[in-house]
Design a protein around this ligand. Structure first.
Ligand code: CA
Length: 655
């Protein structure tokens, strides 16, 4: 084929000629290995086989034959498990060597793909691995593999620190006393562990020192685990087995596992998606430069049919092969609505409705050059998504602690105030909102106040409440109080709950923001700080346990928002809300019907405030200091006092 004009990729003719649903990648049987690469504009494709993933160990070159619909194929009459390969693809007289975009295993740094018999990568008992039952609420804990266990204080053996296998260590402690890592998480009660990128990314040299660090939002092999978290990045099967072992351990210990996926851009154009089919997988500006709505140098063209197929295939692969229970889409606002709906529908069909969680960031860095007419998953289009596809709710985040673009901007807990109208929106997960966060219902709301991006919650509190000294290390009661009020506020919002690992122990990055490439020392979880702040951890623990018992807040149905009744500002900076917490008959088995109503008090002011309870007797379930009061609740009626900067959560028993 002659020089390809880029817009041809968007034509119906191109799609008809080259769209295929035939299997791609390596088709391995007990007798043969078939290699298939989709490369519609290539004039020549050569398969290169190697004995390893990184030296000049060429075994043979094989000239591939066009099969159909842009697929090039070559079959070898033996099973080649453990053999490494790449392709030399010639397009417009330029020959590029590339790994396989459909590679499922790779050598060090992912530059060569590896043929893998996936059965050989299963840890013991993998066939029986199963996610725990769906919890009453989804409480998602976002953690980076290296952050989790890199510190000596993690108690993880030195050779496993910062690695996948740290998640398999079930009884770690700090100095034999405080629990750390997995055993700590079990006590905390979160239901989902969200792993920051664990696909193969490019910014860390897998052959280099362990002191390197990156969050990993720079994909190079979408269907291969990252090698730097493996104990042996040189042998492609090892990282697969280790990641599966981590997932199995998380499942066994009661957690579902969510994978952070970054299909919106690649590390650079020096990658398989580009080199196997130049420009097809990427959006371009009018001047042919790569579109850059991701602010990472390129945008993937999800609206093109073979690109959409690639992304769907990849998600299903991780769900099936690695038993992933959910997917968090980075910059989902760059992906199109049709694709996301297809992903949810395919996951529902294969695994059961709602079994796999799907959510993402409903924004992008800047505008993207998508094909005309493409509906992107930006906030304004959330209404067009499957109502179970969630989105990060920046509106609640900013209302609680202040705008994240401005360090000193304040929210409800640090002196910025909160209107009854905003509180109502927050409590309903912004259901039916047309402005700030236009979701269909709380089933689409991912309610959170900290994530890996931007300042940690603690650092934001220091910037807004302790601006004179900027002492991030100490934890004065004044700030802890604001932190606890923040917990009460977002744990009373309908929607799914989400927190950055360590938020519950006042995690600090010493005021640093977007620490994606900073040292492990800045980023890693400090288990000593965790032990020091055990009282704050306990406060989170109580709210996590309480939330799971409150159907009035866990309800994800279309009618959930009607449960949020009167929301009032009863005095300056003191707000209350009444919540219908009755259990519908079909949910009786899942909720012991302890309280039919909830009464929430949020006192944002620096003064104690007296509040008149609605009629009847109310049990105090949590206050500003203790979130476990629901275990042995005391009865109250009439007037009660809310301490400065604190919440009161009351429940009323069914008659
Ligand atoms: Ca890598």
């Amino acid at each position: 084929m002659n020089r390809i004009e880029n817009n041809i990729f968007d034509s119906k003719e191109f799609e008809q000629a080259y769209h295929t649903e035939l299997p791609l990648g390596v088709l391995l049987t007990d007798n043969e290995t078939e290699f298939r690469l989709w490369s519609p504009t290539a004039s020549e494709v050569t398969l290169n086989l190697y004995a390893d993933g990184h030296t000049s160990s060429l075994i043979v070159r094989c000239s591939m034959k066009p099969l159909t619909h842009g697929i090039w194929a070559f079959t070898i009459a033996e099973p080649l498990h453990g053999v490494y390969y790449d392709y030399s693809v010639t397009v417009d007289n330029v020959c590029r060597t590339t790994p396989d975009p459909y590679a499922r295993a790779a050598g060090v740094n992912g530059t060569r793909s590896m043929v893998v018999n996936l059965r050989k990568t299963n840890p013991n008992g993998w066939e029986l691995d199963k996610a725990p039952a769906r919890p009453a609420e989804n409480i998602i804990y976002e953690v980076h593999v290296k952050d989790f266990s890199n510190a000596v204080s993690s108690g993880v053996p030195a050779n496993l620190r910062g690695k996948y296998l740290a998640f398999t260590q079930e009884h770690t402690t700090l100095n034999g006393e405080s629990k750390t890592c997995l055993s700590y998480l079990k006590d905390l009660g979160v239901t989902h562990v969200q792993l920051m990128p664990v696909y193969d990314y490019g910014s860390v040299d897998e052959a280099g020192a362990d002191t390197q660090y990156n969050w990993g939002y720079d994909p190079i092999n979408y269907n291969v685990p990252e090698g730097s978290y493996s104990c042996d990045p040189y042998h492609g099967e090892v990282r697969i087995k280790e990641l599966k072992s981590a997932i199995a351990a998380l499942h066994r210990n009661g957690f579902r596992v969510i994978m952070d996926v970054v299909y919106n851009h690649t590390y650079s154009l020096d990658c398989a998606l580009f080199k196997s089919a130049p420009w097809y997988f990427y959006r371009q500006n009018r001047d042919k430069s790569p579109s850059n709505g991701s602010a990472c140098g390129n945008d993937v063209a999800s609206e093109r049919s073979m690109c959409a197929r690639y992304i769907v295939d990849s998600v299903l692969y991780w769900a099936e092969e690695y038993h992933m229970d959910g997917f968090r889409f980075d910059l989902m606002g760059l992906l199109d609505v049709d694709l996301m709906n297809r992903i949810q529908q395919q996951l529902d069909t294969r695994f059961g409705e709602g079994e796999k969680l799907v959510f993402g960031e409903p924004w992008s860095a800047t505008a993207t050059a998508a094909r005309k007419g493409t509906l992107l998953c930006q906030k304004e289009n959330l209404k067009r998504l499957n109502p179970r596809i969630g989105a990060f709710c920046d509106a609640t985040r900013d209302a609680v602690k202040g705008d994240l673009m401005d360090a000193h901007n304040k929210g409800a807990v640090n002196g910025g105030g909160l209107s009854a109208t905003t509180l109502r929106s927050m409590l309903t997960g912004w259901a039916g909102n047309r402005d700030k966060f236009p979701v269909q219902g709380c089933s689409q709301s991912i309610c959170y106040i900290s994530a890996h991006d931007d300042w940690t919650l603690w650092d934001k509190l220091v910037y807004t409440m302790d601006a004179q000294t900027l002492n991030f290390k100490d934890c004065p009661e004044r700030l802890l109080r604001a932190n606890r009020l923040a917990v009460a506020l977002y744990f009373c919002c309908q929607g799914h709950l989400f927190l950055l690992a360590g938020e519950e122990f006042a995690r600090t990055k010493n005021g640093m923001k977007n620490s994606y490439s900073y040292s492990p020392a800045v980023n890693q979880m400090d288990w000593e700080r965790c032990a020091q702040n055990s009282a704050l951890v306990e406060y989170y623990r109580g709210f996590i346990a309480l939330r799971k018992q409150l159907i009035g807040l866990c309800d994800k149905s279309e009618l959930a928002s009607y449960r949020i009744r009167t929301v009032q500002e009863i005095k300056p900076d003191c707000l209350t809300a009444l919540v219908d917490n009755t259990v519908p008959p079909f949910e009786q088995a899942n909720y012991s019907n302890r309280w039919s109503k909830l009464f929430l008090v949020f006192n944002l002011s620096q003064a104690s405030t007296s509040v008149l309870l609605p009629s009847g007797n109310w049990e105090l379930l949590a206050d500003g200091a203790n979130s476990f009061l629901w275990r042995e609740p005391k009865l109250y009626c009439g007037s009660v006092t809310a301490a400065p900067v604190s919440a009161l959560i009351f429940g009323k028993k069914e008659k």
